[in-house]
Design a protein around this ligand. Sequence first.
Ligand code: ATP
Ligand code: MG
Length: 397
Amino acid sequence: MIQINPPKYVRQILFGLQARGHLAYLVGGCVRDVIMDMTPQDWDICTSALPEEVMELFPGSKPTGLKHGTVTVTVGSRSAEVTTFRTEGDYRDHRRPDSVTFVSDLITDLGRRDFTINAIALSVDGMISDPYDGVKDIQKRVIRCVGDPKLRFTEDALRMFRALRFSARLGFTIEYDTCEAINDCAPLAAELAPERVRDETEKILLTSRPETIGAAISFGLMKRYISGTGWKSPNFADIAAMPRKALSRWVAFAIMLRKYGYIPSAHDFLAELRLDGRTIRCCADAEQMLSAELPEDTLGWKKLLNRYGVDSVSCAVQASTVILGVDREKELKAVLKSGECFSLKHLAVTGDDLLSLGLKGPDLGEMLKFLLEYVMEYPDNNKREILLELAKYSEES
Ligand code: ATP
Ligand code: MG
């Protein structure tokens, strides 16, 4: 018996299903985390109830993945995913099952799950169902496929990334046959949608073992995006020194790949992986900044901040420390903390002020630019009266 203490809303869902005569268990990551004495991030429930029965029982629940039997049940302000026991048909595209069949028994459902450590179910009174010895594998700190690893990776190539992700997150080793199967099945990863590869890569980069992404590259899981072999192996472990934020970690990862010749362009690499515009822009900016010397004085920093924005400059400076070993973080922090103006947002006059002086169109834009440059050089003069005087004087002369 395992002591569990799920939050009240989770117990309400489990009891609600049981009261109607359905089977209902906690399953997947939350069970793994409870056994490891970790706090679960979310609580997944599996049940013999059909999706429409779950929806009827919990009004306001949403059919978030009805095709796969998943309903998001909300109790108060909290929600949990409730998935009907299921088995899966063939996976002809190595990505998604051709069909899904709902079943009434838990063991069949556990058999379609990816790894033994994720194929453990727990009833609300602490009874455990562990047909694939997942608890033993948790104790041995091993990631092992449920069933034949080659078959499981051929069904769904994303599982290879998931194996590496769990290994990175939990510090587990990947069992020999599972590892061999990743080696053999790696080319199938090329068929995965870029968004899914992006999401898994990001999760790996955000762990405390981002170097695991190096294993994904060595296995060939990212060949579609990283075709070069590079002239030196980057130390991906250094990425852990970047803030635990997706933006920072992607920027460091892409710049490292580019620096060591793995990819011809960080911008194209991130765009192919469907990263958002902000990440792509910050990365391109950071690359450009790092190709020159970082500023030597406050004015230089302010000009850089004005041109690229705080996000990009911060990323560039973090990457400089981590990748180039040149630490300029204190200087940047001091400039940011000083509150000195480097953008129109903080200029003591606005476009409206200049309009009232009779300026308009391109002249107004030019004047704002001039005043901002002036204020960056003379920060103490960022005062409305001084700047209006200056604008008037410059206009007249
Ligand atoms: P996390 O803590 O990151 O949420 P998790 O184990 O809960 O980890 P999820 O992606 O939330 O992972 O999936 C929930 C469960 O669904 C997994 O534990 C696993 O049993 C099953 N699962 C998810 N994706 C797959 C897959 N691609 N193939 C097989 N089973 C999967
Ligand atoms: Mg989960």
